[in-house]
Design a binder for this molecule. Structure first.
Ligand SMILES: C[S@@+](CC[C@H](N)C(=O)[O-])C[C@H]1O[C@@H](n2cnc3c(N)ncnc32)[C@H](O)[C@@H]1O
Length: 255
């Protein structure tokens, strides 16, 4: 085997300027790049002209390679190239299967490196002006998957909903109904929530409401775009939250 290295790079949440300097240096040094669906393709422009670019995205119904095939592609690239970059959306270790890929490669004796990225779980609410913690409001936040392998709602949602934590739910748009219904068992129905889609990238949108009204709010979801759900009192810090709340109250009085 060559003296090669596979570098797992976090591409950040979407805005191409939200990758790390170290991540850009790795892209520039790469002989081959395997990239995911949520990676901003403009980042690939930093690669050298002769760098091979392989799309291995798995978004929605499109799935060109299984996870096992991706492992094999990475391992076989290590026999052919010196610098292999595996570019993943957000941070590779946050619902990114990054550790599975590293374990597979390390078990084969292949050198690896990890370059973290800014997770959408943090960056997307932040760029909208929604803090995940606020002194006096809460002491923690949960980042939860909205899609478990058996399709059910994660049991961690219950524990998060029982506390004052801000709940950040990734991959949850399709399951929004059971997610909010479970939250409603433990949180006040006037708890604010937000659905942010295409965060930090072109076509970014936000839906703001209280969980009681989730059925109306979710009619506005565009299921073709990635989105995160944020639930908790800190969502009211969004600059437009109270404006929209006044609008809602006026509408309910007038109708
Ligand atoms: C497989 S997870 C990967 C998360 C990624 N590793 C991270 O740290 O951001 C994909 C989910 O992240 C969320 N996501 C990623 N980028 C997003 C963005 N720009 N706007 C909204 N949600 C995003 C969505 O919930 C999407 O379904």
């Amino acid at each position: 085997m060559k003296n090669s290295k596979v570098i797992l790079v976090g591409a950040g949440p979407g805005d191409k300027e939200l990758i790390t300097l170290k991540g850009i240096k790795a892209i520039k040094a790469a002989d081959i790049i395997f990239y995911d669906a949520l990676v901003n393709p403009e980042l690939l422009e930093f690669a050298r002209k002769n760098t091979e670019l392989i799309y291995v995205g798995k978004r929605r119904n499109e799935k060109r390679f299984s996870q096992d095939e991706i492992h094999e592609l990475l391992a076989s690239a290590a026999y052919k190239y010196d610098v292999i970059v595996r570019l993943k959306g957000g941070d590779p270790f946050v619902f990114g299967r990054g550790s599975e890929e590293l374990n597979y490669l390390e078990n084969k004796g292949i050198q690896t490196e990890i370059i973290p990225g800014i997770s959408s779980a943090l960056a997307v609410p932040a760029t909208q002006g929604i803090p995940l913690t606020k002194r006096g409001l809460n002491e923690s936040f949960y980042v939860i998957t909205g899609t478990t392998s058996d399709g059910s709602v994660s049991k961690d949602l219950k524990y998060g909903a029982m506390s004052n934590a801000t709940l950040v739910i990734l991959m949850g748009l399709k399951n929004i109904e059971p997610i909010i219904e479970e939250t409603l068992k433990y949180r006040d129905e006037s708890t604010p929530f937000a659905i942010i889609q295409n965060g930090t990238r072109e076509g970014e949108s936000i839906i703001l409401d209280i969980i009681q009204n989730y059925e109306t709010a979710t009619k506005m979801i565009d299921y073709s775009k990635p989105g995160i759900i944020v639930i908790g009192d800190t969502v009211a810090e969004h600059p437009a939250f109270f404006e929209e709340e006044i609008q809602r109250v006026l509408e309910s009085v007038l109708t």
